[in-house]
Design a protein around this ligand. Structure first.
Ligand code: HAM
Length: 418
């Protein structure tokens, strides 16, 4: 038997209803806040991700599904959506008509990470991006959206972590101080951190290896190195979150795994997910649009891990799984053909109708209706045809009524909706 690829998964009926509901609630909230949907390709040129996410990140170094297409150009299954949204904004000159754009996009991403609970090689994200806004209020709006969405989905037990990564003005000073600190701790660091410490010392700050975490406990904090503009930006984020009564934790180790961030970064963590506790992450990425060949536009955004969110939402699935409104039990060839016509007509009228296409006994058709958890059964056999009415049985109350065959669709519909 051919099995699916490690780290990939099927989302089966029974589970998919939760995904649909989460997406529905998220889309409605995003639209209420003025976000418009954008759909971007799953394959892009490798260079797009290498340049935006950064050559020295885990994603670009070892996790991308990259391969040459038939002409030899390197292409990559997208590991995230932000780079593509920026590419699209630049390519279609969307900034020319209106530089301020709010986009959302939902879809699969691909990273060749070591699979474990909550970590997959194909996973899904809900992305929201605000392009063209420099104000810290845009960062706050995004955090508010995340917190509100989790609350609407009955996800409790969340923590909002925020930090600032400074800007090209102030970050170099911090980088020097951090590198100086790291050089005093090299004997305690893992081989990945040793390799990265010169090119990308920020990554050492969020290494998950316990010895590295311990060694970095007293590392300098970026917040002590922010320039006045970044300090004010971060203060406004803090003040506005407080004004909106959103609890948050300032987390000086929050550097994120992608290189494009400046100033505000944030993550939402939950205790319910074990090791993979980040259910959403994002931040500001002024400079990325310019780096990709577009105008110098600020931007900020987030992505939610849909797989992780679906695992922790408190939504009650029993209400979400759809069962037939009516099951048509027909006896004999003639009645089956008649019932098939009714089934199709009811379906087109928005009534979930089902039936057995084979020539089975009434008993076995009733069993199937029970199994499908249909709420009503409409029985039609030779006797009913002769008498000119079918029997409608409510499977919960066991109440039975006769429905005249003439204009039966409208009559059944009215009865079911009464
Ligand atoms: P990210 O932190 O790499 O950010 O991913 C966002 C979320 O996607 C994570 O918090 C996690 O819930 C989920 N996720 C990531 N990798 C996996 C995986 N292997 N399996 C399951 N879930 C995963 C970004 O991707 C940025 N593009 C977010 C952003 C948008 N920043 C600005 N705009």
């Amino acid at each position: 038997m051919i099995q699916l690829i490690r780290g990939f998964k099927d989302i089966l009926p029974g589970e998919v209803e939760i995904w649909q509901q989460v997406e529905k609630i998220a889309v409605s909230l995003l639209q209420d806040f003025g976000f418009k949907e954008i759909r971007i390709p799953i394959l892009e040129r490798t260079e797009l991700f290498a340049r935006s996410i950064g050559e020295d990140t885990d994603i670009v170094e070892k996790e991308m599904y990259t391969f040459p297409d038939r002409k030899g150009d390197l292409i990559t299954l997208r590991p995230e959506a932000t780079a593509s949204v920026c590419r699209s904004y630049i390519q279609h000159k969307l900034y020319a008509k209106d530089p301020v754009r709010k986009f959302y996009t939902i879809g699969p991403m691909f990273r060749r990470e070591r699979p474990q609970k909550g970590r997959y090689r194909q996973f899904y994200q809900i992305n929201a991006e605000i392009l063209g806004v420099e104000s810290p209020l845009a960062d706050v709006e995004l955090i508010l959206l995340l917190v509100s969405l989790f609350s609407k989905l009955s996800v409790s037990d969340i923590e909002t972590h925020i930090n600032s990564l400074g800007c090209p003005e102030c970050r170099p000073n911090f980088k020097t101080a951090l590198s100086g600190f790291i050089s005093t701790e090299t004997t305690h660091l893992c081989s990945d951190c040793i390799r990265r410490k010169d090119r990308n010392p920020f990554r050492v700050l969020d290494c998950k290896v316990p010895a590295c975490r311990e060694a970095m406990t007293d590392a300098p904090s970026i917040l002590d190195y922010l320039c006045s503009v970044c300090t004010r930006h971060f203060e406004i984020v803090n003040e506005e979150l407080e004004a909106l009564k959103i609890p948050f934790i300032i987390d000086k180790r929050l550097v994120r795994g992608l290189d494009y961030y400046i100033r505000t970064t944030f993550e939402i963590h939950t205790g319910s997910l074990g090791a993979q506790s980040a259910v959403a992450g994002g931040g500001r990425y002024d400079g990325l649009i310019k780096l990709l060949g577009g105008p110098d536009m600020p931007a900020t955004g987030f992505a939610i891990g849909l797989d992780r969110l679906a695992e922790i939402t408190g939504l009650d699935t029993s209400d979400l799984i759809q069962t037939p409104d009516i099951f048509l039990a027909a006896l004999g060839e003639k009645c089956r053909t008649l019932a098939f016509g009714w089934k199709c007509a009811l379906g087109l009228e928005g009534i979930r109708a089902d039936m057995d296409f084979e020539n089975r006994s009434l008993k076995s058709q009733m069993k199937r209706a029970d199994k499908l958890k249909a709420s009503h059964v409409l029985i039609v056999g030779e006797k009913e045809l002769e008498e000119g009415s079918a029997v409608l049985r409510n499977l919960t109350t066991k109440e039975q009524v006769l429905i005249p065959l003439e204009n039966i669709i409208a009559k059944v519909k009215a009865k079911l909706r009464s």
